[in-house]
Design a protein around this ligand. Sequence first.
Ligand code: ATP
Length: 358
Amino acid sequence: MKTFKIAAIPGDGIGTEVVAAGVEILHEIAKREEGFKFDVDDFDWGGDYYRKHDRMMPEDGRDQIRNHDAILFGSAGHPDIPDHITLWGLRLAICQPFDQYANVRPTRVLPGITSPLRHVNAGEIDWVIVRENSEGEYAGVGGRVHQGSPLEVATDVAMFTRQGVERIMRFAFRLAQTRPRKFLTVVTKSNAQRHAMVMWDEIAAEIASEFPDVTWDKMLVDAMTMRMVAKPQSIDTVVATNLHADVLSDLAAALSGSIGIAPTANLNPERTFPSMFEPIHGSAFDIMGQGIANPVGTFWSSVMLLEHLGEQQAATRLMVAIENVTADARFHTPDLGGTATTREVTDAVINAIRGANV
Ligand code: ATP
């Protein structure tokens, strides 16, 4: 029997509620399958930890989770702590040193869920957005001088390395190749950003020649937002920079029905370090503690975690169970217009796992 060691980092707000539900689901799926189980370690890092220790995670935090097989993350964010501290102190402090350079964000309108796009039915949006997750606009390069004076200067420098762009392009083309349509859209902004984004376009064309069976096209990021709304069926796999994909994937999540559904994988494809799986949403302090957070984004992230661990059958079983549950409006949380609680959705998915044949 294989044992997968999972580091659970619930973080803040509803992160604690949805990760608890996600861990229950992982144990349940392991019971239903044969051959593996989970050993889950909980880490109390995040905003409350910061208030006690003046940092979001311990100094040796990464060493504590370096040898785990995967990380299940909730959300970092606290109303009393500036967002750049919570983001850089925990999520990015894990993603960047662990070289989780491929951030993968699937978007689908699941059965039973209504897209805000009137002309889109379940199954008609089926995208995967690949976000460059290690450099670009999030490189952390820049600074401020003469703070508070009229001479104040602030810079944020987007850093694009040939190696960084090549590896994310190759990852995206390879992913597109595994999908039925074999179609990739490379998002860019090379009209305005005439250095790095022009290199981005050139490298896209170079890498494309390695994948002759993948069709690809190129879109400026502003035009891409319109295409996502006006012609969603024309999109399949998408690759974009750290910032562009961040924005596009929030739009994608909203178009799929609710931000509470959307999952993410932060992958270190070479597996030198553990990869991290998390719902796309934040801490949602407006609904924390009420037991009504939608756990589906975390469950779908757990599907991606199982796929990454090579447990494809378990992943398929969990996805089938999730879709059986979303198809039934009795199990819709308030973000989907329903009245179900996190507990009720979790129990429904547990029952569906027990019944799901794959
Ligand atoms: P953060 O600053 O941590 O990103 P936020 O509150 O700004 O948090 P989100 O947490 O993504 O951003 O929340 C945006 C909105 O979506 C909120 O109104 C929140 O209640 C809602 N929301 C987010 N996630 C869920 C969920 N899982 N279930 C239900 N509603 C959600």
